[in-house]
Design a protein. Structure first.
Length: 473
């Protein structure tokens, strides 16, 4: 057994779980969602029935029935005298909509760039030259590193190929950086809400996360950032300054300068995730950056996952040469290098990146406008932002029932991630992330499902519970 969650912590994670369903099934569905989102890891011991019933202010029979439902769907196992434990995913969930016709918006990833198949075919035609190489490349092909470095230099960040490490995607870059920069108990400043897999990697390295609020309306809480940096002296700060995931917000010049200055005083390494930075829709190609000149305390992460295709597992780290050498030395315990074929494809794509980004801007703009227009028309009580770029909308609901909404929509064929999945320190059950990367017709169908589900969930939520939750938000 790897971990245990207390009744109090589980109650906080459940958020607004009460719906018009029978109470035991609503509770079971909410625990299922925690498992699906990996907010409840496999082999986590759940609270005893009596303990959870007291925390939730329900009868013990309600919790017992919920646990029985979870056992029936193989989400948990229970042993007399040992309690109930969550199980690894690997079964079809009831109402999971894993059937033909489901709309899956759990991943905020656009379809592949239309010209990618042709580029892959051209590279495959030169496969004989590729297989003549060793295939183990922990640093990255020189021609690819040089092309990436040239893009940074064009932004005013003078970069040498020796300051680039090619990785198997941005997630691998985050994981490698966490393992090299952090020790157990080290503090890391991180936005909340944030990219959940980054938070998972940082926690996996033993980091203690310090949340920095960011909102669609007000951006980054600069005062909180300055205080947290000065007080906790975090080893690193993980930030997405351009088209932040999930809010879509971009830092102002003042926010960048203030955070950079505070980080330098604290001795904090800024890890800037720029995987969404090029996904500009209507700002007019403002070059992402952190000030005009580069600083030794800044590390940058990029990838082709959002701009070209999620299946092209090529990312990179831009850092000082000394840190790159440390990363190379540590990498063999993670992987033995980025595949040669993918690197060759990436090298062919970079000279056409302007063309690629123009197509992505048009595609994402259509999706954003369709989603925003449909949501504002049928759900006017929600606060729906219209970001200037990125891949998703961070919607504010008029009640903290995101988790219940996601489970109801799931039973109707729409897969989404609830707001709390993106939280660092709890909350965000008043928010919902809706990617606008799907085709327009799918987005319009998704909004229709959301509207139906919201009426069902909002009407079914007990008034007293809703008011109590709203008072806590």
């Amino acid at each position: 057994m790897d971990s245990r969650i207390s009744a109090r912590a589980l109650t906080a994670a459940l958020g607004g779980w009460r719906t018009s369903e029978p109470a035991y099934e609503a509770l079971a569905d909410s625990i299922r969602l925690l498992c699906l989102d990996n907010r409840l890891a496999p082999r986590t011991a759940l609270p005893a029935e009596r303990e959870l019933a007291a925390a939730l202010h329900v009868s013990r029979s309600t919790v017992a029935a919920a646990y029985r439902s979870l056992r029936d769907t193989s989400h948990i196992s229970s042993t007399r005298g040992s309690g109930s434990v969550t199980l690894p995913l690997g079964r079809r969930d009831p109402g999971s909509a894993s059937f033909e016709g489901a709309i899956d918006l759990q991943q905020a990833s656009p379809p592949s760039w239309p010209g990618l198949a042709g580029v892959i075919g051209d590279v495959a035609g030169r496969a004989a030259a590729l297989v003549g190489r060793t295939g183990y490349d922990v640093l990255g092909r020189l021609e690819l590193r040089a092309a990436i470095a040239e893009r940074y230099s064009a932004r005013g960040i003078l970069t040498d190929p020796g300051e680039i490490l090619v990785t198997t995607g941005a997630q691998a870059a985050i994981h490698l950086l966490a393992s090299v920069l952090l020790g157990r108990g080290d503090r890391v400043l991180i936005e909340t809400p944030t990219y959940p897999h980054a938070a998972d990697s940082l926690r996996g390295a033993g980091a203690r996360l310090v949340g920095l609020p960011v909102t669609t309306s007000d951006g980054w809480d600069v005062d909180r950032a300055q205080q947290a940096l000065a007080r906790t002296l975090p080893v690193a700060a993980y930030l997405m300054p351009d088209f932040q995931n999930p809010t879509g917000r971009s830092m102002t010049g003042h926010e960048r300068d203030a955070i950079l200055d505070a980080a330098e005083r604290a001795g904090t390494v800024l890890v800037l995730d720029e995987t969404t930075a090029d996904l500009d829709i209507d700002r007019g190609r403002v070059a992402p950056g952190f000030g005009g000149a580069e600083h030794g305390s800044i590390v940058r992460i990029g990838s082709f996952g959002k701009s070209v295709w999620g299946g092209l597992r090529v990312g990179w780290i831009r850092a000082g040469a000394d840190l790159v050498r440390r990363l190379v030395a540590a990498r063999s315990s993670h992987d033995l290098g980025t595949p040669e074929f993918e690197q060759a494809v990436a090298a062919e794509l970079l000279p056409r990146f302007g063309e690629i980004l123009a197509q992505r801007s048009h595609l994402l703009g259509e999706g954003r406008d369709a989603a925003v227009g449909a949501l504002r028309a049928v759900l006017p009580e929600w606060t729906v932002p219209s970001p200037h770029g990125g891949v998703s909308l961070w919607i504010e609901l008029d009640a903290p029932l995101s988790s219940a909404l996601v489970m109801d929509a799931r039973s109707r064929g729409l897969l989404l991630s609830a707001g709390p999945r993106f939280s660092v320190d709890g909350g965000h059950d008043r928010h919902l992330r809706l990617p606008f990367t799907a085709p327009v017709d799918e987005l319009e169908r998704a909004v229709g499902i959301l509207a139906d589900s919201w009426r069902r969930v909002r009407t079914g939520a007990p008034v007293a519970v809703t008011e109590q939750l709203e008072a806590l938000v």
